[in-house]
Design a protein around this ligand. Sequence first.
Ligand code: B4P
Length: 192
Amino acid sequence: MLNLVLFGPPGAGKGTQSERIIQKYKLVHLSTGDLLRSQIAAGTALGLRAKQLMDQGLLVPDEVVIGMIESKLRENQDASGFIFDGFPRTVRQAEALDELLSQYRTGIDLMVALMVDDEELTRRLLLRGQTSGRPDDQNEELIRRRVTEYNEKTTPVASYYADQQKLATIDGIGDIETIFDLITKQIEQATG
Ligand code: B4P
């Protein structure tokens, strides 16, 4: 069993690197951003509520995302491991994840944190916004709001895992394959 958290600000490369990690390690990919966007696409009540917040660059309430993760863990009980992408984004979510995983007698092995400066994040997200159709990638002010939300509510999550000696920090600027190699080295070091 291998359980990873992929961490970093909006646009750090979490979704991009997750795709490569799941292929190599055969993990189940749980991206709360993707799960929320599929609720929006399906027009559910949860999706409508989430869209209002996401379109303003704000986090969705903890209980909503924790509930989504809880049901995905239940659906995938025979998985050989998970990659949590964009979750946990608050300390409350991190605590809830530990509680949920302990019910399956497992826990987080490693958090990989991708470090990218604000200028590069903005450049990447505006570029993606030209083709993704994602409302939250459309303008600089909204991207700034997401980065502020990250700095205020999400950065403490890194200390939560650092305190447990589970944090690996990686430079997220550079070639996608080079960053992937750095991530795999950290995974192999952590899993022996
Ligand atoms: P997410 O879907 O998680 O969006 P994100 O932070 O932008 O990350 P994403 O994975 O999409 O981008 P990536 O860095 O891979 O969240 C969206 C919203 O949902 C949040 O703002 C929030 O409202 C809500 N939400 C989600 N989870 C939540 C939670 N747990 N609690 C509360 N609310 C939650 O890539 C960005 C771009 O950079 C891509 O275009 C990529 O091609 C490019 N890129 C990647 N690596 C690169 C590299 N090395 N060099 C150059 N470009 C690169």
